[in-house]
Design a binder for this molecule. Sequence first.
Ligand SMILES: O=C(O)c1ccccc1NCC(=O)[C@H](O)[C@H](O)COP(=O)(O)O
Length: 248
Amino acid sequence: MIESQKSSTENHQPKLKVCGLTDLNQIRELVALKIDFLGFIFYNKSPRYVLNHLSLSEISNINHSGKVGVFVNEDLEKIIKISEEASLNFIQLHGDENEDFILKLRKKLKPEVEIIKVIRIGNQESEARTKIEKVFDSAQTDNHQPSTINYLLFDTDSKAFGGTGKTFDWNILNEIKIPIPYFLSGGISLENVEELKNFVKVNMFENKTLTKLNIPFALDINSKFEIEPGIKDVKKISKFKSLIMNES
Ligand SMILES: O=C(O)c1ccccc1NCC(=O)[C@H](O)[C@H](O)COP(=O)(O)O
């Protein structure tokens, strides 16, 4: 984890990821707003499929250290190629990628590129727990580096994989030991800011030590801040950022 990311966890102030970007002017505005992570969808069934709008070299030329490529059950060599040609900093695996695949990917990716593994949450706490344990049992066995997966991202389960605008019951996460920093995702909007702040507060209050804190490392927003798929409402994002960072 890089230094700036550590200090954010220690301050209990979640970082912000805006996902599903397709427009260079909007990306410039979001960079000026100091958005921490910029998400690009490389899944051609998504209405936010970035390669319908931007080339890999245009993405590569965006000067930002939080460029996240989102992939769903993609071919490993294709992920490597895109990661290098678009100069991505993070790979978000949003499908059913298994431990073997993630390990192979880790070995082929540049060491500085970090992996975010998505866990899609349904209605059952026990199911969520099993999914987390499965990811970690496998990632930590044999001589695997503990850093195979750098972050988790919890999103709402759906056949579309992501970008649904639907929330899951965040309280499911309260009872689960989450061993690494995580992104909270799925239907986050201006309408649930108070609920979100409450969730973060409850977690800070109920856990005594920093290592046990279950608060999100970052919040991931997408379809609830759009005018149409891939076109963001930057004013709305700016308002959300102020509210969540207690700036207003
Ligand atoms: O956004 C998409 O179209 C998408 C499609 C397939 C897989 C992932 C996708 N998005 C990835 C994200 O990280 C989204 O931000 C996340 O699913 C939350 O989206 P939303 O519920 O719309 O806030």
